[in-house]
Design a protein around this ligand. Sequence first.
Ligand SMILES: Cc1cc2nc3c(=O)[nH]c(=O)nc-3n(C[C@H](O)[C@H](O)[C@H](O)COP(=O)(O)OP(=O)(O)OC[C@H]3O[C@@H](n4cnc5c(N)ncnc54)[C@H](O)[C@@H]3O)c2cc1C
Length: 383
Amino acid sequence: MKLDGLKFSVIGGGIGGLAAALALQQRGAQVTVLEQASALTEVGAGLQISANGMAVLRALNVVGKVPEAGQISHGTILRDYRKGRIISHLPGPAAGPTYYYHRADLLELLHRAALKAGVEIRLDARVTRVLKHPTEAEVILDSGERLRSECAIAADGGRSAIRPILNGVENPQFTHQIAWRATIPWSQCQDTPRASLTMGPKRHVVTYPLRDQSLMNVVAIEERSDWQEEGWRLQGDPDDLRARFADFGGPVHDILAEVNESHLWALFLRPVAQCWQNGRLALLGDAAHPTLPFMAQGACLALEDVWILIRSFEEQSGVKLALAAYEARRRPRAQQVVAAAGANARNFHLSGPMRLAAQAALMAVGSRLAQRYEWIYSYDATT
Ligand SMILES: Cc1cc2nc3c(=O)[nH]c(=O)nc-3n(C[C@H](O)[C@H](O)[C@H](O)COP(=O)(O)OP(=O)(O)OC[C@H]3O[C@@H](n4cnc5c(N)ncnc54)[C@H](O)[C@@H]3O)c2cc1C
């Protein structure tokens, strides 16, 4: 079907929402993004976008062949936690390079491209409900304002207020994993300019360069049972971070010594949604398939969703058929990737004999390990 002049409401101005708005507007639709925050900002720091996500960013003309603002990855060094001993070196995927982005930079690229294409972006616009009418979706804001469009796309994140409309209320499960996130100036870093993954019992630390190697992104994950809140912007005490990773030696020890400010993120999880759409309203990104960050695929999946959504519109003869095709194509892929990320949580945090056995295996086959996940990276939604 042609999207010319069709009205869309996109709920959420994150990576998924802005990319969806841009893609729809580029095909002639009239898109309004409704974002609850008063500015489009991203807390946290880095984001790895692998070849499957980069393919969509390129197809949307958000980045060129040599992506601006992103830093190319040269693979990942795997280290043991105690002295930082190198266990193996994982080359990048054969499908194409991964790029490291500062989240704010990627959001800014999408924001600029969306505005240039003519997307209307409304801030301080929190959506509370979406009603389905025979030929329209009606979005209701907490101000009481109502907006009608042919279709509404809910890209309102892992704590989506819209998902319960399609799936009922679901209680999120605390995964017992906490992510600490920080950036430090690169000049203070002792490590090589590559990504590194340092694994210890019940904890791991990922570091990689950002912004032309002027910053280092630090994500430290620990297993913990004492957590109640599901939230994004919790301030973490850097001394507490250092104490919790005190037995990590080598480069990680030096890196954590430089952290002056950190945020804490408790990882709660809902399953991949049972129902993604009702013929007028569809979920996209984390709202449909929240994932643990252990494959670095959440944003990449959201970008894949975007391309399959627009392709479904192009191929089907009506909104209802397009949303059904989108759901049918996307759910199996999202389930597979989400499951792979969940399995990695266990692999990264082994202790005792299991850890030693895993390290021996990594030393033997480490360079071939990346091939195991080639099915994730080589998927190109745009072809
Ligand atoms: C520690 C960590 C590291 C990660 N690293 C990577 C990585 O390296 N690579 C990768 O691909 N992914 C990574 N991810 C996952 C990635 O961050 C998410 O999957 C991605 O941001 C999801 O995008 P989204 O647009 O679906 O949702 P979000 O980015 O959560 O955006 C949702 C937007 O909707 C708005 N909103 C919410 N409710 C409403 C409402 N009712 N009305 C209006 N607006 C609303 C919010 O304010 C927000 O702007 C990581 C996640 C974590 C926790």
